[in-house]
Ligand binder design. Structure first.
Ligand SMILES: [Zn+2]
Length: 192
């Protein structure tokens, strides 16, 4: 097969050269209204070939590879005095697998525990291409699982951040259960 990023022949979904480049990638930071910090690794155009891999098996494998180069590396460098939960935003499966669950899994470390199925959107409306006003009027209305109560701190995980509205809603939902969101970690920031 070919490397999904540079299209050179490669046995893996991402070739060694591109993997090295990914590992040296600097994180970007955006601060949302209300103060939530969002760290990202790609601009949206950089991530589209990965999110659009059609074949389920390859899509899953490539996302796992990317997650270990970005989220996995982040987890190795992350230290915090207390246990922190990694919470995927609406991590239900899209039929094959959940992008956010794969990303959260890559954060597993002595300090970080991935917790699945914590935030499930009641409102399955699609935000893609919709205005900020539309998003504001149609909140996700998350159902929260009680298993998050074991934690005082969380890192929110998503594949793409656009307006940041969903992340802010997720943060507020966790806060109502007494869980403080330290920051959000996403693969790509669509605001370029
Ligand atoms: Zn490559």
């Amino acid at each position: 097969m070919r490397c999904i990023l540079c299209e050179k022949l490669s046995f893996k979904g991402i070739c060694g050269k591109c993997a090295k480049k990914l590992l040296s990638e600097q994180k970007h930071t955006r601060i949302l209204e209300g103060g939530l910090k969002v760290y990202s690794f790609f601009g949206y155009s950089g991530i589209t070939p990965i999110l659009h891999v059609k074949h389920r098996f390859w899509g899953h494998r490539i996302l796992k590879q990317i997650a270990s180069y970005t989220f996995g590396k982040f987890a190795k460098e992350f230290e915090f005095g207390e246990k922190v939960a990694a919470v995927g935003v609406d991590d239900k499966s899209n039929g094959a697998y959940s992008h956010t669950a794969v990303l959260a899994h890559a954060l597993k470390s002595p300090s970080i525990t991935p917790v699945y199925g914590v935030l499930r959107a009641k409102n399955a409306v699609t935000y893609s291409g919709q205005s900020y006003e539309f998003r504001r009027k149609n909140p996700r209305r998350f159902i929260i699982s009680k298993k998050i109560k074991k934690f005082k701190y969380a890192i929110l995980i998503d594949d793409v951040v656009t307006s940041g509205f969903t992340l802010r809603e997720a943060k507020d939902t966790l806060a109502k259960e007494g869980v403080e969101t330290l920051f959000a970690l996403v693969l790509a920031d669509a605001k370029e």
